[in-house]
Design a protein around this ligand. Structure first.
Ligand code: MG
Length: 369
């Protein structure tokens, strides 16, 4: 039984191109499967989250991060009696628009576009992927996803203004997205904040003492773990601590969202949509802890000198390749040359680069630059 404020698949606004219903999968389950079968989804396996393969093959990449977020999302959405199929599809698609080389690649691509008075936005890019670039079906371009999945791609992490984005007018920009979409930004935070502590510790860029000194919630749970498992190896104490932090954040997201639903008198999806504020949120206390973890990671991991060399490489590769194709468009693959007749060249070059894996863009760089 779904909550009254959940999205009901029967009430979906449907697909751009109507399709017959499937005998045993609902429309959001089909969307989830279409996302998993997309080429752009498979390429996430070779896109940097924080660490490149230079460090280790068992650190997160964008694909394993995405799977972790989708499992956290399923748990939270289920506990809130939301539509788990829709929430899962949105979690699986949430990072589809990311370029190679993580944040550094995204920043460099955006900077190159800004010089052309354009910009790069990974949510808008993800929408272009599912609407246009993926070609699997004879009857239409793109994946022909339901309205609610496309809306969630755009609106899960921020609100877009209708005046600056007239092309998004159909996505009810004056309304908040359903709770299934609102969750994604928060489950993403739960996923990467804990995972980045884990990978940073495994990479020996963060020590246990450093984390316990800089992250009070870590210190608190580690104390508890040390009392229960005084003899356990440090790595297992670390794991137990991290697990407790993840559970605390997920529990809090569930209970605090429930409390906010009640307090706001939200009963229907229309109530969720018409609120001025988003309803899904951590409590003030856990929000404070989340921010402490995030600030700690910014200060101690993301800008660590050990990662600086790769970031510089990433920036140079993206910047130089962008400039190369801007002045040598005849070296683009034929379908991109054809696209450049309908769309501006910078946008086409940006689309091409954004779709690349880390491996492929390095290969292109070696070939052309
Ligand atoms: Mg993410």
């Amino acid at each position: 039984m779904l909550a009254g404020y959940a999205v009901q698949v029967e009430d979906s606004r449907g697909r751009r191109f109507p399709e017959a219903s499937h005998p045993y999968r609902n429309d959001y389950q089909r969307d989830r499967d279409r996302i998993i079968h997309a080429r752009a989804f498979r390429r996430l396996v070779d896109k940097t989250q924080v660490f490149t393969r230079r460090y280790s093959d068992h650190f997160r990449n964008r694909l394993t991060h995405t799977i972790e977020v989708s499992q956290i999302t399923r748990t939270v959405a289920g506990a809130l009696a939301l539509n788990v199929d829709l929430a899962e599809a949105l979690a699986l698609v949430h990072d589809l628009g990311h370029p190679p080389f993580g944040h550094a690649g995204e920043k460099a691509l955006d900077a190159a576009m800004r010089q052309q008075e354009l910009s790069f936005d990974h949510n808008l890019h993800a929408l272009r992927i599912v609407e246009d670039f993926e070609q699997r079906y004879a009857a239409f371009r793109g994946l022909n996803l339901t309205f609610e999945v496309r809306e969630g791609i755009i609106k899960h992490s921020r609100d877009y203004d209708a005046a600056t984005h007239p092309e998004l007018a159909e996505y009810l920009l004056e309304q908040r997205p359903p709770l299934e979409a609102q969750l994604i930004d928060l489950t993403d935070e739960i996923g990467y904040n804990t995972a980045d502590l884990d990978d940073g510790y495994e990479a020996h860029l963060l020590t246990l003492d450093q984390i316990r000194a800089g992250v009070p919630v870590f210190e608190r749970f580690l104390g508890e773990v040390e009392r229960i498992y005084p003899e356990a190896p440090e790595k297992l104490q670390f794991n137990e601590t991290l697990k407790r932090i993840l559970n605390r954040m997920a529990d809090d997201l569930i209970s605090n969202t429930q409390a906010r639903v009640k307090h706001a008198g939200v009963k229907t999806l229309a109530d969720v949509r018409s609120r001025k504020e988003r309803i899904a949120a951590f409590s003030a206390e856990v929000e404070g802890e989340r921010k402490q973890i995030k600030d700690f990671l910014h200060e101690n991991l993301y800008y660590s000198p050990s990662l600086a060399g790769e970031k510089d490489d990433a920036e140079r590769i993206v910047t130089d390749l962008f400039a190369f194709w801007m002045s040598n468009s005849s070296s683009l693959p034929r379908q991109y040359q054809e696209k450049a007749m309908e769309e501006s060249l910078p946008r086409v070059v940006c689309d091409y680069i954004a779709g690349m894996t880390d491996h492929f863009i390095i290969e292109q760089y070696e070939k052309y630059c």
